[in-house]
Ligand binder design. Structure first.
Ligand SMILES: [Zn+2]
Length: 113
């Protein structure tokens, strides 16, 4: 866990509500891991050009490509990452943010509870 693997992990119980970290438009919902439909990613683009990915999230109904979301809006529920990583891992939502192809530490944008 931490910011060394391309993002930041936020502890989340499976089924817990997950919110958008920024005002954004959903660009794509897909599999967090290619060929494995158990875990999903919600990709978003913010008005100021940041690319945001929230991983291990089941999107709420109505959240799909083109949906505009606002910071703090519930966009889905946390999935159980342990289906892939094994029981030793703490369930979490992984957030990754890029600007112009460069990785941005989400903690610089998102207050960590
Ligand atoms: Zn992670």
């Amino acid at each position: 866990m931490g910011a060394t693997h391309g993002g930041t992990d936020y502890v989340a119980k499976p089924g817990q509500d997950v919110v958008a970290v920024h005002d954004a438009t959903v660009t794509r919902i897909g599999n967090a891991y290619k060929g494995d439909s158990r875990l999903q990613i919600i990709n978003m683009k913010t008005p100021n050009g940041y690319t945001v990915g929230e991983l291990y999230v089941s999107p709420s109904s109505g959240v799909k490509a083109g949906t505009k979301v606002t910071a703090g809006q519930v966009i889905g529920t946390a999935q159980d990452v342990r289906v892939r990583t094994g029981p030793a891992v703490t369930p979490h939502v992984h957030v990754q943010i890029h600007l112009g192809g460069e990785r941005v530490n989400p903690q610089t944008l998102i207050p960590v509870p």
